[in-house]
Design a protein around this ligand. Sequence first.
Ligand code: DI6
Ligand code: FE
Length: 403
Amino acid sequence: MDLVPKMKCDRIWNHARLLTMINPSSVENGLIACRDGRIIYAGSASEAPAFDAPDIINCEGRWITPGLIDCHTHMVYAGNRAEEFEQRLAGVSYEAIARGGGGIISTMTATRAASDAELTAASLPRLDALMSEGVTTVEIKSGYGLSLDAEMKMLRVARGLADKRAVEITTTFLGAHAVPPEYFGCADDYIELVCSVMIPEIANAGLADSVDGFCEHIGFTPEQIERVFAAAKNYGLQVKLHAEQLSNSHGAALAARYKALSADHLEYLDDSGISAMAEAGTVAVVLPGAYYFTRETQPPPITKLRAKGIPMAIATDCNPGTSPLTSILLAMNMAATLFRMTIDECLAGVTRCAAQALGMQNKIGSLAVGKYCDLSIWNIERPAELVYQMGHNPLHARIWKGL
Ligand code: DI6
Ligand code: FE
């Protein structure tokens, strides 16, 4: 009989190297124990208590990171914009296409016409691609419906993906993405619909975890976005914002004033926006796929964000117009090569900081006791390989909530 009673758990992973994302982050000869889908131990095997585990997985020296998080996607949509890509290759700008009724509106038309089943079928391959690289949590925005029914359809489909795959889905209502054709020339009336009809209905149906907007000269003004934020707060929803992507509209400072979870893109962010974000604890989400695909030349002010200690997350922005990207690993590589983010920043950007951008830092984003046992297990010699390689997927296994 054992003198010390063993701790009961469902599963342990041993002979692993851990990147816990808690300081200090690396553990050689590490062990993780899981019970009821949560981590009950993550650390050095030699300091671990004795476990009674029915299932022991020998990781043979592989690295384990927290399950990766894609905290900004528009991956539920129908159709594609390959034709628009051709036009852009011929020299037409993204803004010109958007102003001409193409762009977001063309995806809106295809998305409105799609049934729930068609929209689900179109989205699953994108979700599968993300999951194949170790992603365990995905944020999905609406914003291609732009009517109550079509926005609700997008959010319902997004939530429904969680019944089809072993992944956590969080949803964001992005009604303020573009003005739909019915409201051309009366953007304020559309914003009124967003605030007084869409947000209440969507909040009451429990279809969204947060509310986002596109604050931009081709999107909505800060005044319009402020109305959306006020309505969101009224219904207990968190806010976030597409800010300073194409120009400086002072969206980040507005987001910070509403205690936004994140301000995203940020290529044209200025010093006052940075200070406001630092003070509010708003996460900077950088989207290098969109920067790359639109051939933007001004990178977000990484050095200043770093100096202010603002958490920086990295996401795919998976969308048909500006970032048709379904690789979180490539997003990390681009953040390093294009934005000069460090390896540690890139790894934190898709784990700890991405969790914070979703307000989920108590549940996911690090290998800490009490968090979901979401793990990505990698065939690599050192974590930098996850950032360094392009088009190679070293994932060995992916665990979501312990399974
Ligand atoms: N910024 C973007 O990059 C995407 N939306 C946004 O607000 C683009 C969406 C699209 O072109 O379909
Ligand atoms: Fe986006």
